[in-house]
Design a protein around this ligand. Structure first.
Ligand code: AMP
Length: 187
């Protein structure tokens, strides 16, 4: 099963994605986490991505799609994968549709985590203090929320057109939200 978690920065994609992937027994892939590791290790991918990430901008599609192809070709991903933070643009969604079609697959379901904007900012500022992520400062947070509205939110209509979106209320405790996720997503 190919499952995507869609939602604004701070909506809980990482936390909920990990729990849901464990529940479904498929690997979880976070492009953001992979990019942060690449930056930390100073790899060529990290060097390409760092400037965009620090500014709260998206890393260019061709860079991300190279990474996605590698992931989908890996042995662990053959029974399916849960992706959080990918796709972020309609061009990425169209490209992954083509890549999966070549492999006889498709995006089966998209879980959309819906959280109020005020709550998103509070969560991201809280995370800045706790985790010290270099892109969790007010300027980058505003930028990332704007980028989400402009470039990622149109994916909801794209996937609604395919009839695969499952909307999940993303407010409440981690456990409550996970229960909703598991109900919304068919195994
Ligand atoms: P995240 O951890 O998903 O919030 O991602 C952190 C940052 O990594 C984003 O602000 C982007 O700069 C970059 N990033 C992660 N996933 C993608 C993607 N699919 N396309 C472009 N940039 C991405």
């Amino acid at each position: 099963m190919y499952l995507m978690i869609l939602g604004a920065p701070g909506s809980g994609k990482g936390t909920q994605g990990k729990l849901l992937a464990d529940h479904l027994g498929i690997p979880q892939v976070s492009t953001g986490e992979l990019l942060r590791a690449a930056v930390k290790n100073g790899t060529p991918l990290g060097r390409q991505a760092k400037g965009f990430m620090d500014q709260g901008l998206l890393v260019p599609d061709d860079v991300i799609l190279g990474l996605i192809r590698e992931i989908l070709d890996s042995a662990e991903a053959q029974r399916g994968v849960l992706m959080d933070g990918f796709p972020r643009t309609v061009a990425q969604a169209e490209a992954v549709d083509r890549i999966l079609a070549e492999r006889g697959g498709r995006v089966d379901q998209v879980a959309l985590l819906e959280v109020d904007e005020e709550e998103l900012v509070q969560r991201l500022l809280g995370r800045a203090t706790k985790e010290g992520r270099s892109d969790d400062n007010l300027q980058s947070i505003r930028q990332r929320l704007m980028v989400y509205q402009e470039q990622t939110a149109p994916l909801v209509a794209y996937y609604d057109g395919q009839g695969v979106v499952r909307r999940v209320a993303g407010m409440g405790s981690v456990e409550e939200i996970q229960e909703r996720m598991q109900k919304a997503v068919r195994a």
